[in-house]
Design a protein around this ligand. Sequence first.
Ligand code: P1T
Length: 389
Amino acid sequence: MKFGTKAIHAGQEPDPSTGAIMTPIYQTSTYVQASPGKHKGYEYSRTQNPTRHALQGNLAALENGKHGLVFASGLAATDAVLKLLKPGDEVIATNDLYGGTYRLFTKIYQDFGLTFRFIPMEDATGVASYFTERTRLVWVETPTNPLLNIIDIRAVCEAARRHGIRVCVDNTFASPYLQNPLDLGADIAMHSVTKYLGGHSDTVMGALVLNDDEMAGKLAFIQNASGAVAGPQDCFLVLRGTKTLHLRMERHCQNARMVAEFLAAHPKVGKVYYPGFESHPNHAVAKAQMRDFGGMVSFTLKGDDLPEAIRVMESLKVFSLAESLGGVESLCTHPATMTHASIPKAEREKAGLKDTLIRLSVGVEDAEDLIEDLRQAIEQVVGVEIASS
Ligand code: P1T
């Protein structure tokens, strides 16, 4: 079955009691049993819920995986993966990644005896040189947040497999429409469902999709035992969101390309970070492992002046200044003070993340309006270059 058909149908059957075509919101905590242990597959909603079950099946299908599990947030999904590890184990992670993931690793799990090393992975052949006898997991984010670095998933997975190390890929920025990590050899595909999968900035949720039955059993145990589950109302909203994922992603990608090209041609813009440019260091890898280049674009202004960058963000009218990404509406974020503030400045700068970086989540509005908004904001703050005749 092709992607659009799966997006609309996978995991969902007409409701058996009424024929309702949309999976109902089973807003219930518990289920009546005819006799102790004699029930219809549902005992308690932390353990299982029919609306959640439908969404888990839908997301598994979109990632070409066997098992889907949804959690109360993207970070709760990441937290569940870390609970597969033991004190003394080591995680090798991408050096450019969501600030909250870095915070969970270093501020919570380090105290439980896990160690984390953050390394550049753009040259995938070098990743194996960081493995030690204690390495149990490689954490890959690609495209990375917010620098849009591209990591060769297949190459990293091959190196990890040779050493018996698992790989989890945070696929949030790409969405399953653009990239399927399990097909490239990853053990787990992780999502902040809050972003493109939900797609409407109205839900916070996370997901894991995987093929391995034993690991899926352990993660389902953790999901129930730790209890950071997604509620049925949110699962319903995300089921509505995934039905248009393929349509939205096409427009996100088209608009982002136009915005990136506009910025790259603007005389007051410094560097534009966008994997769709042939000049992007790993453009060829992006082209090979992604269907298109995504809806995210980051940039700096020429001169790298922080007050100017802040004034540009304040001057945008169609783009809203807010954390998050992947919704239908365009957002603008200042990673240094917002999404990545929990990474120490020295660490951010080591990874190439400047305080002057502006991150755009390009929505599905009309591209002309988005470009005009960026133009007026930039030119209002830094002026227009007058061409000399
Ligand atoms: O916010 P939550 O659903 O818990 O997901 C965390 C998360 C995980 N991975 C990536 C790549 C993410 O971007 C996020 C959340 N990111 C933002 C809120 C942001 O604006 O970057």
